[in-house]
Ligand binder design. Structure first.
Ligand SMILES: [Zn+2]
Length: 347
């Protein structure tokens, strides 16, 4: 069904950043066309940003990806290892300066987490309890706003990736979906009614608890908080520790994969039952082993056991659990959308 541009445009309460932090714009993190006021306002907003230049930062725990452009067709990117905040931001500034000079209008940050996304919080825009010491309690959005003197949009890397898949990728035609990434860690973003779910903080789908049969799989899990949560059992780190080899090196017929599909399908079943998504997009390094998709679909269908009588989960499950369409760039493209939205909210 084509996206109904009128449907999601209920103007929510304004969340423009408080006067205490004038350079930062806390976002209603919705696709950039969703600016309130329906189709006309959305088109007007698109026209407003069409000639402007925005930058995005996808900040991962090990890698920064910086991008400039208007979408997947004209994206220029640079990536470098994540070092201390000062060193890493200086590298980003150099790239943006070379690419755009002084023409940038706003910057979006798609950050590793956990982060504080509560616009009313004193620590809005901070990275909070990360194990990366130099980034702990770091005022990321504030530092970028001060360094560049521009409006800054800020959200998690997975929420940004979900936005980009909604705008240009695998979720263009649905308003309710989940984006899950299975890499070194596991994270997820949910879009409900065309809007990203934030709620109390942001979803932490990687830490869903799963049934874990310790006789079949004695591995205790890697999560420092929970041991055998989803991330603890099924992330790339868990695979490496359990089997002594990286996901990309394990042969396709290794027993690791049946177990991996089992855990991911259990998690997806939970997400289907709780959030009722119209699609689940599953990306990340582990999912590069694309033989996992049919295994997960099969086990998801078995796990739900026909209880939810929808074609999407039975006959059409191949188009229900799908890979992303924006490759490695969904995070940085989502960051561009955060920048556009920050700019529009400052107009
Ligand atoms: Zn956990």
């Amino acid at each position: 069904m084509p996206r109904d541009p009128e449907a999601p445009y209920q103007a929510g309460p304004s969340q423009v950043g408080s006067r205490r932090r004038p350079a930062i714009v806390a976002l209603e993190v919705t696709p950039v066309w969703d600016v309130g006021g329906g189709r006309f306002a959305a088109l007007e907003a698109e026209n407003k940003v069409a000639m402007e230049l925005f930058a995005g930062i996808e900040a991962g725990g090990t890698k920064f990806v910086c991008g400039i452009g208007t979408g997947p067709e004209d994206l220029s990117v640079a990536s470098f290892p994540t070092m201390s905040p000062e060193v890493t931001l200086e590298k980003a500034a150099r790239f943006f300066g070379e690419q755009a000079g002084t023409k940038l209008r706003a910057i979006g940050i798609a950050s590793f987490g956990p982060v504080d996304l509560d616009p009313a919080s004193k620590t809005y825009g901070h990275v909070t309890s990360t194990p990366k010491l130099a980034w702990q309690s770091y005022d990321f959005a504030g530092a970028v706003a001060r360094k560049f003197n521009l409006p800054v949009g800020f959200d998690t890397d997975v929420n940004a990736a979900a936005l980009a898949e909604a705008r240009w990728g695998a979720a263009r035609d649905v308003l309710d979906f989940i984006y899950l990434t299975v890499g070194t860690g596991i994270g997820g973003g949910a879009v409900a009614g065309g809007r990203l779910v934030h709620g109390l903080m942001h979803p932490e789908m990687g830490h869903i608890r799963l049934p874990h049969d310790s006789r079949q799989d004695p591995f205790p899990g890697t999560c420092p908080f929970h041991g055998d949560c989803l991330e603890g059992l099924a992330s790339g780190s868990a695979i490496r520790q359990r089997w002594g080899e990286c996901a990309r090196d394990l042969p396709a017929d290794h027993p690791a994969w049946a177990l991996e599909a089992h855990y991911l399908a259990l998690a997806l079943a939970t997400l289907v039952c709780t959030l009722s998504p119209q699609r689940i997009v599953v990306g990340g390094g582990v999912m590069q082993r694309d033989f996992l998709f049919p295994m997960i679909r099969h086990q998801l269908r078995s796990s739900l056991n026909g209880y939810i009588p929808k074609r999407a989960l039975i006959e059409e499950i191949d188009t229900y659990v799908v890979p992303p369409q924006l490759g490695n760039h969904s995070g940085v493209l989502g960051a561009l959308l955060l920048a556009r939205k920050a700019y529009l909210q400052r107009q």
